[in-house]
Design a protein. Structure first.
Length: 57
């Protein structure tokens, strides 16, 4: 069975539907998440080009 870490290199996020945390306050200083079915991807809203975190749902 593949682990989320092993899968992270093969996931295409170009069509992910990102949504911002309700706690970000509109200042673009929080996190965004995208639901990918069996996984959720989280990223820093102000550093979208940086590494993201894949979490098993």
């Amino acid at each position: 069975m593949s682990t989320p870490d092993a899968l992270s290199q093969d996931i295409d996020l170009s069509h992910a539907c990102w949504r911002k945390s309700s706690y970000s306050g509109g200042a673009n200083d929080c996190v965004e998440m995208a639901d990918l079915g069996p996984y959720v991807v989280v990223r820093d809203s102000k550093n979208k080009h940086m590494r993201w975190c894949l979490i098993g749902a």
